[in-house]
Unconditional design. Structure first.
Length: 337
């Protein structure tokens, strides 16, 4: 992670914003508020879609657990007999048009999160900056009951049956300011309009919200990039390891491995960073760990010392059933306009 990015994150999650960003934050608030109002008033129209969409998004930048939650929800709905598809922006991918994503898709075209979702779920996945176009691509190729949109809360042209917002329980809303003075894409009041708030809990949850669900993340399995071998993360207890992370909150990943008993030498990278062999080449023979999102970009250059940690949402049974009931209710109530 470069020095500027690190400094910016520290200011976002400190108590006060940097003063010279404040005018730009007010401008951001004005422009985004006007845009949302134009859709609310019907001046800007939404795309006609044939399927109900459940948006899984955030109002803050990065690191809230959207992808693990999307994997969990897609798997849980499939287990209840729903035919589920997933759309995502394909951030970091070079494709300029909607594309179907498979577990073997080129990460450079589809983006790391899209390929990860295809590999973890085995479900139909499409990516596009134009999310309604991705939804229509899936609808034209598959018989589906519901689409999950990984991100897209602010993509108002896409109608939605339900909005689920993910938040980081440790970081919360940071200093509470909009970009670029703070980490927020929308103000805290947006949380009052969504259907469900889920708070990622990886340590001491400092942030709470009325009626929110709390999502523990289990990180107990290490997977070899070289051959797919799966072993308990506890097998590396006490070992010195290098840890590479190109995600929204790399420090949280480093802390998770340290709490699991690993002696961590951290190597933070920018979110969605393109990794090269040199980024994974360290002196000695110590294991090199990374996130699953980073791992999908590194399979072609993996050595036996390269591992990733599989993170999974771990709701208690009561919360799981309550969330699924809310989603089922929203999907059942959806109607084509």
């Amino acid at each position: 992670m470069d020095a500027f990015s690190g400094w910016l994150l520290r200011t976002w999650y400190s108590r006060y914003p940097v003063w010279f960003f404040i005018p730009f934050a007010w401008l951001f608030w004005l422009l985004t508020g006007m845009r949302q109002a134009l859709y609310t008033l019907g001046i800007l129209g939404t795309a006609p879609l044939r399927l109900p969409v459940v948006v899984i998004g955030n109002i803050s930048v990065g690191g809230t657990g959207k992808t693990p939650f999307t994997v969990w929800l897609a798997t849980a709905l499939t287990g209840k007999g729903r035919k589920v598809g997933i759309v995502t922006r394909g951030y970091g991918g070079a494709s300029m048009k909607p594309m179907l994503v498979t577990p073997d898709s080129d990460v450079k075209l589809a983006g790391d999160e899209a390929v990860l979702l295809a590999r973890r779920t085995g479900l139909p996945v499409a990516c596009a900056a134009d999310r309604p176009a991705a939804v229509e691509l899936l609808a034209s190729r598959y018989t589906l009951d519901v689409i999950l949109s990984d991100d897209g809360l602010q993509h108002y042209r896409m109608p939605r049956a339900m909005e689920i917002v993910l938040l980081d329980g440790e970081r919360g809303l940071g200093n509470g300011w909009l970009l670029p003075a703070g980490p927020l894409r929308e103000t805290e009041h947006r949380l009052e309009t969504v259907d469900l708030v889920v708070i990622k809990r990886t340590g001491a949850a400092r942030f709470s919200w009325p009626d929110a669900f709390y999502m523990p993340l289990a990180a107990a399995t290490a997977v070899s990039l070289a051959d797919g071998k799966r072993v308990p993360l506890s097998e590396f207890n006490g070992q010195a390891v290098h840890v590479v992370a190109g995600i929204g909150n790399p420090e949280q990943f480093f802390s998770t491995l340290a709490q699991a008993g690993l002696q961590v030498k951290s190597h933070p990278m920018p979110d969605h960073a393109v990794l090269h062999p040199a980024d994974l080449d360290f002196p000695g023979t110590a294991p090199v760990f990374m996130t699953e999102k980073d791992a999908v970009k590194c399979r072609g250059m993996a050595l036996t010392r390269h591992w990733y940690v599989e993170a999974a949402a771990d709701f208690n049974p009561a919360d799981q059933e309550a969330i699924l009931a809310r989603v089922d209710q929203a999907v059942a109530a959806w109607r084509v306009d």
